[in-house]
Design a protein. Sequence first.
Length: 378
Amino acid sequence: MTIGFIVNPIAGMGGSVGLKGTDGSLLEEALKRGARPVSPIRARRFLRRLHRLGFTDVIVSAGGIMGCDYLREVPLNKIKCLDMPASSKTSGEDTRKVSKMLADIGVELIVFVGGDGTARDVLDGVGGKVPMLGIPAGVKMYSGVFAASPEAAADIVVRFLDGSVSLELVEVADADEEAISKGLLRVKVYGYAQTPVVEGLLVPSKEFAPGSAEEKLEVAEYFVNEVMENNALYILGPGSTIKAVADLLHLDKTLLGVDAIYNRKLIGRDLSESELLDIVKGFDKKYIVITIIGKQGYIFGRGNQQISPKVIRNVGTRNIYVLSTRSKIVNLRRLLVDTGDPELDKELGGYIRVIVGYHEEKIMPVIPASVPEYLAEV
């Protein structure tokens, strides 16, 4: 059998620098802010896992940074490179063109590295004729085509090729990045794609109704009145549940950004990774406050990439609060971490208390998404 492989080399670059994507003009802004490539690292993780699993089928990709550069780094014997110029700057049109070429030569599955924008471009290119699977590398990933991690994607591919995986029709969704830049979350279903589904290894599309205002207020009131300490730094992650905390304190927190408060005053707004690192080094007592991505279960690695491994290690893996509404967590069996640092993901693994109401907590297992064996167990 033959699979296609596409890498969007710019996907995810905006995350650590406080941008909410890298489509269009946002790439230039990300580069100005010192953004670093994300997808090449994730492409290599996928290919190394594929090699360890004994992959022997044919893998076809575009030349250069859209795929073949990484294929040549891993001892996979049956690789083919499409006769297509490999520019140092790629676009959505390049992704659509490569996807169509792969579909036309008859690949059984297209695996791509990117985010929702890349998923949309691949779907346009194949026209729904070929199943597709995403390796998560974007800032935002609301679609249901993504594996939990690069390693999980490799496991899904191997199971798909041996015929033990069924195909299902899932949503390809995308957010309006112009609206996001203004602090508004507007997401629509762009289309539907066939995807190989393995329970635990594939992540469902994001839930967009994470709980009532009353639930969020209850969680916020408990956290503010009973948990928060004086003379401590709190890094507040994105999301409406965390924004409810700031609203209760009458602070102008960003909905989709990462902010910092000290003694109930806002000292940093919409912060990047580097800005967070500058702030946290000035405090002895410091905490990270985050929420859960509804239905998916991620607490790190989706939409809050500014809270990077360096930031987490500086604050401390034991100084993390997770807040959630009851309705968001009721059907979740586990929480996921995918920070980009597999060793840190393992350190974060175990169990964590999730605040879900006034004097009400739920103990949840935390699974490193980079270890497929763990994902399949829970």
